[in-house]
Design a binder for this molecule. Structure first.
Ligand code: MD3
Ligand code: FE
Length: 238
């Protein structure tokens, strides 16, 4: 069976009516409740498969020797601090799983949904959606107490947008600025099913996850605890 049959994005209705896309900064758009519960459960099942290998979920070790509290499994390209490789040379040397076709199509729909808000400055970004070709996904799992410090994502040789999908517990997401890792920033709660797209002037902004709120998984999302975040990226590598 094709993934389209298993993941009929165009055919399913949202579970609740949300207010639609919210522009947080130029190029940074939050779409609450973009994935319904059926879609979230389906992705959680895929997550269970990805973590079976060839490369397991792992907490990356930073150059200073500290281990991240977030654990990650990658698709397409393996991310390690601070580069992309085809084999997980910092884990077990195995090649990473392919970037799935359904996720490419979902990424295009995400860019299109986020930038079709009427904001004139987003029109050009919306037109990029049909050609958007992410080739790497970082799938992060936040267990009890996990967090992510303020950082920029600049290991990609492309300024194409990053698409982020959240499933499970609600988190506090901190969106900063491109100049410093400190203020000014905007704090946004990301909930299960939310989409966030970062492109244009926001692509290289500092951002982080100060905390995840325990016990906030909605019934039916497929997770009993913790938080999954998928980010799709264009590496610009070959
Ligand atoms: C803003 N992940 O994997 S997603 C990461 O929820 C990462 O796991 C967080 O930051 C998470 O690098 C935040 C939101 C996000 C992702 C990429 C961005 C925001 C971004 C790239 C540029 C600007
Ligand atoms: Fe990031």
């Amino acid at each position: 069976m094709s993934d389209d049959a298993l993941f009929p994005l165009a055919l399913v209705q949202p579970d609740t009516n949300h207010e639609g896309p919210r522009v947080i900064a130029p190029g940074a758009v939050h779409v609450p409740g973009w994935l319904n519960l059926e879609q979230q459960r389906w992705i959680v099942q895929r997550f269970g498969e990805w973590t079976q290998g060839p490369v397991p979920l792992r907490a990356a070790t930073l150059p200073g020797g500290h281990q991240m509290s977030v654990r990650t499994v990658c698709l397409g390209w393996h991310w390690q601090p601070y580069r992309y490789t085809r084999e997980a040379t910092d884990v077990n040397g195995r090649p990473v799983l392919e970037f799935p076709e359904w996720m490419l199509r979902l990424g295009r729909k995400a860019v299109s949904a986020a930038y079709s808000t009427g904001a004139e400055s987003h029109q050009a970004l919306a037109e990029l959606a049909v050609h958007y070709t992410p080739d790497a996904a970082l799938v992060n799992f936040y267990d009890r107490g996990a967090a992510m410090g303020m950082h920029q994502d600049k290991d990609e040789r492309s300024d194409a947008p990053v698409v982020s999908l959240s499933i499970g517990e609600t988190c506090l997401f901190r969106f900063g600025n491109t100049q410093t890792r400190t203020k000014p920033y905007t704090d946004v709660e990301l909930r299960s099913g939310d989409l966030f797209v970062f492109g244009g002037p926001s692509r290289f902004a500092y951002h982080g996850i100060p905390k995840v709120l325990p016990g906030t998984c909605p019934d039916g999302c497929g997770l009993s605890h913790g938080r999954i975040n998928i980010t799709m990226r264009v590496t610009g590598l070959s």
